[in-house]
Design a protein around this ligand. Sequence first.
Ligand SMILES: [Zn+2]
Ligand SMILES: [Zn+2]
Length: 72
Amino acid sequence: MKLEKCCYCGDMTDMPFQCNYCKDFFCPEHRLPEEHRCVKLTLIRARKFGERRVIRDGGTGKKSFLRRFFGR
Ligand SMILES: [Zn+2]
Ligand SMILES: [Zn+2]
């Protein structure tokens, strides 16, 4: 078992969570990017916004692909 120090509150925890975004370790309380004011939080928000746009673009992209496919 490895003890890690929460990078947000400084508590030692035997159940460290590593943030997928800033790669720092946090206690269960502060593991979410929103809870530890993640340095990548603005990037995460931007990416989520981008994903929504990609899904919408993907829908129209598929339709035009089908049209191209059957139009021949
Ligand atoms: Zn903490
Ligand atoms: Zn983080």
